[in-house]
Design a protein around this ligand. Structure first.
Ligand code: N2P
Length: 352
């Protein structure tokens, strides 16, 4: 038996080495996306269909994504920035112009939304719309009394009910946090005038007395488990949690909110552009985009996919609000150097 093992060992070692070498040869696609923003089954299916590996990393804010892209040696093929950050990445000359002719499923995209995307990507040259959404407030009904949430207003964040309780969080996102305070005060979320920022600052100081942390990920577990009672939240992330927890609820504040579109972009430094095109086209396929939208609960800009959506998904007003609500919302625009004022205000509030 021992002799048999000794004889077999070299064979085993060689075959292990060989299989390792083969695995190494598989092409690898590096993807950098927001957390909880894709149906993981789609990744597996793409790997199997294209005999490749996907190295998938996630981020929780545009700012963190940008820092990582600029500072890390690791290079990504595809990234999923919001509209304002498409402009920022393009100005920094980090983006590859896309040849939409290589995307047989490009035709599935909603023309009206492609038109909207031109506000941050003129001529739809660099960005493929991925999902769009709104930001609101997610809460746990076990702890937040209904009469408190009944006005459905951003102002609940400053309510004395939460004083000293450490139960309120907001996103770690300067544009969203300052934006909510601007909208509550009747300003455009892109307004950086002195009057607008002064009003926002006053509101934020009131809110800050209740806020425990600015974090874009932990609320997804902490509102369900009661560590947090109410949190500023991206609508799809909230809907994902609400799906199997009747204690949770979410509302889009009456004053209006932020409206954003996240996109697929290819980095100029991508080392596997052909495979990257294939992955974009795979995500644009109507059936795949439908599955992705139903999994993530975000609104799809893929018209062909939206026709296939389950009735409950399509009629969910928290994901697809009526036009009159959308009119009260503001797209987060790239505002150039003016963003520094918003960042400075956010940092000051965080340090408080
Ligand atoms: C996904 C959050 C994406 C929305 N977790 C932010 N634009």
């Amino acid at each position: 038996m021992r002799r048999f093992m000794l004889l077999c060992l070299p064979v085993l070692v060689i075959s292990l080495l060989l299989s390792g070498a083969c695995a190494k040869k598989l092409p690898v696609l590096y993807i950098f996306n927001w957390s909880d923003y894709i149906d993981p089954e789609l990744i597996k299916e793409f790997e199997a269909a294209h005999n490749c590996r996907i190295k998938y990393s996630t981020y929780d804010s545009n700012e963190n994504m940008l820092t990582k892209i600029k500072s890390s040696r690791e290079s990504f093929d595809l990234v999923f920035p919001s509209g304002d950050h498409v402009s920022i990445l393009r100005t920094a000359e980090l983006l590859e112009p896309l040849d939409n002719g290589k995307l047989s499923n490009f035709k599935n995209l909603d023309l009206a939304l492609l038109e909207k995307a031109q506000s941050f990507d003129e001529g739809n040259r660099y960005a493929i719309p991925y999902f769009w959404g709104l930001t609101g407030l997610m809460f746990n009904k076990r702890y937040v009394p209904e009469d408190l949430v009944a006005p459905r207003s951003w102002s609940i964040l400053g309510n004395k009910f939460f004083a000293e309780k450490n139960k309120v969080t907001m996103l770690d996102d300067a544009r969203e946090v300052i934006g909510a305070a601007l909208v509550l005060n009747g300003f455009d979320l892109n307004d950086t005038s002195e009057a607008a920022l002064k009003a926002a600052e006053k509101t934020l100081q009131e809110w800050d007395a209740n806020i425990t942390q600015f974090d874009s990920d932990s609320y997804k577990n902490e509102v369900p488990d009661g560590t947090t009672w109410i949190a500023q939240a991206y609508n799809g992330d909230a809907l994902q949690q609400m799906a199997d927890n009747p204690d949770l609820d979410f509302f889009l504040p009456v004053e209006g909110s932020s409206l954003w579109m996240d996109n697929i972009v290819m980095l100029k430094s991508s080392k596997n552009k052909e495979l990257a095109y294939k992955f974009i086209d795979f995500l644009l396929d109507a059936e795949n985009a439908k599955r992705n939208a139903e999994y993530t609960q975000y609104a799809t800009p893929n018209k062909a996919a939206s026709l296939l959506l389950h009735e409950d998904v399509k009629s969910n007003l928290l994901a697809y609000p009526p036009q009159e609500y959308l009119e009260k919302c503001y797209m987060i625009n790239a505002i150039g150097e003016e963003v520094k004022k918003i960042d400075a205000l956010f940092e000051a509030i965080k340090l408080n």
